[in-house]
Design a protein around this ligand. Structure first.
Ligand code: ZN
Length: 118
């Protein structure tokens, strides 16, 4: 399981279609980094945290349903991987939270890299 992945995105800073590293906290995109010009675009820290907690709440509420669906589709695999998955939850959440905080710090530490003409 990973909290970042690569994607081709259009960069607003260097105006290229370039590989970006996209960082996630759960299902929420918290920051992107253009690998061509290294520009980091991060979300507002407070807004990102609020949205992450709202998303986490939804994920936890829908968990029994998701577990049931998985159990019905692959009962044997479900039983053998359940202890690992349950044990992995706290560290998974801690990792997501760290990603969120790191991205927020990056945003606050860096001066604006471009000036919006409007
Ligand atoms: Zn760029």
């Amino acid at each position: 399981m990973t909290t970042s992945e690569s994607a081709y995105l259009h960069c607003e800073s260097c105006h290229q279609l370039a590989v970006h590293t996209v960082h996630y906290a759960g299902r929420l995109v918290v920051s992107t980094r253009c690998e061509a010009c290294r520009t980091v675009v991060a979300r507002d820290a407070g807004e990102a945290r609020t949205e992450y907690l709202r998303d986490l709440e939804q994920r936890l509420q829908s968990k029994p349903r998701r577990l049931l669906r998985r159990a019905l589709s692959d009962p044997k695999g479900f039983v053998t991987t359940l202890p690992t998955r349950v044990a992995a939850q706290p560290s998974k959440l801690a990792r997501e939270w760290r990603t969120l905080l790191t991205a927020s710090r990056t945003r606050n530490a860096e001066p604006p890299t471009r000036v919006d003409p409007r």
